[in-house]
Design a protein around this ligand. Structure first.
Ligand code: SF4
Ligand code: SF4
Length: 149
């Protein structure tokens, strides 16, 4: 009989402990986010999708100096084609990018930036190879990025 009473008391204590834990968390701010309905607030220095900035007249800032390509730890991830002084093509295989930021830091002209765009999932690896057109921001967008750096 005493054994039964002890068991019952112990069960009630455990249930009370469990309920106390539930109640403690019930009133706390949730640390998870209902993504994608709610988006996270990203830090100022968040490293997202790479982009090329342009001058106010829409011309390239990039000189095609290849510094970004040389400092990139992933071989052949950045491809640059030049014709004379003009940068004809500039591609980044974002599917292989590790978002280290070396390229943006090394660029002598500040032509490359890491935006806050992080929703980059796609169905094919090929579509993750962004060409110059896909990478280039409009002069208006470029000005916003320049004012942040
Ligand atoms: S962020 Fe790093 S891995 Fe990605 S392109 Fe730049 S240097 Fe290469
Ligand atoms: S380092 Fe800058 S200027 Fe040189 S090729 Fe890369 S993006 Fe262009």
């Amino acid at each position: 009989m005493i054994n039964q009473i002890n068991k019952t008391i112990s069960a009630v204590v455990e249930i009370a402990r469990g309920m106390a834990t539930i109640m403690k968390h019930f009133f706390r701010e949730p640390i998870t986010l209902e993504y994608p309905e709610k988006k996270p607030e990203l830090g100022e220095r968040y490293r997202g999708r790479l982009a090329l900035l342009t001058n106010p007249d829409g011309s390239d800032i990039c000189l095609g100096c290849m510094t970004c390509q040389k400092v990139c730890p992933c071989v052949d991830l950045i491809q640059i084609e030049k014709e004379g002084k003009e940068v004809k093509e500039f591609t980044i295989d974002i599917g292989r990018c590790i978002f280290c930021g070396n390229c943006t830091e090394a660029c002598p002209k500040g032509a490359l930036v890491m935006t806050k765009e992080f929703e980059l999932a796609d169905y094919s690896r090929n579509t993750l190879v962004y060409d110059k057109k896909a990478l280039t921001l409009s002069p208006e967008e470029s000005e916003k990025w320049k004012s942040r750096t």
